[in-house]
Design a protein around this ligand. Sequence first.
Ligand SMILES: [Ca+2]
Length: 210
Amino acid sequence: MGVVTLAVLVFVGLVFILPQVENHTTGSPAIGEPEPSTVVSPATSILTIEPLAPDLVVYDDAFGEGWEDWSWHDDTIVVDYANGDPVHSGSSSIAVTYIGGWSGLQIGDHGETFDANTYDTLRFRIHGGATGGQTIISSINNNLEQPVMPQAGVWTQVDVPLLLPGRPRTIYNMAWFNNTGCNQGVFYIDDIVLVDTGLPTPTSLPPGPG
Ligand SMILES: [Ca+2]
């Protein structure tokens, strides 16, 4: 075997050997080896974002399925669930007039066990009518109280975080309470929805003072 022939054989050998060496250094299995059981690329992990749940309607032009009026009537409140003007959307809103103190609009779940695990926020729109400035306490499950003061002549959006403790997290009522002993001018509420905004949902309430 001459020198030239030997050099050709060495070159041909390198051509066949080098690709396999390269494959091993990049992690690809050689022919006949089993495929890796899991392959996770960076692109796959970036795309694993949970889709947000659609809004759950409590009231838009009418009650959503399962919701009903639980207001404290007793001659202290007048409620019209089919008020035509003003509306935030659609054809109707809820007109609320406090005609006595310490009463309110209340909407409840007929089974008293609405599963709220999918949602992190109660959202509604409120309009203060001609006067505005009503003193209202929004609450959920007779808890999670949040003061609300609607403005005259405009709709504003209010978001109440659903900091409900434990699991399953349930809602049995929501209320807009007249936190005074007096009459107050008519105001309007529309588009009450439970929303999944993507906020982290705590599994327990933070510790209170004392
Ligand atoms: Ca409406």
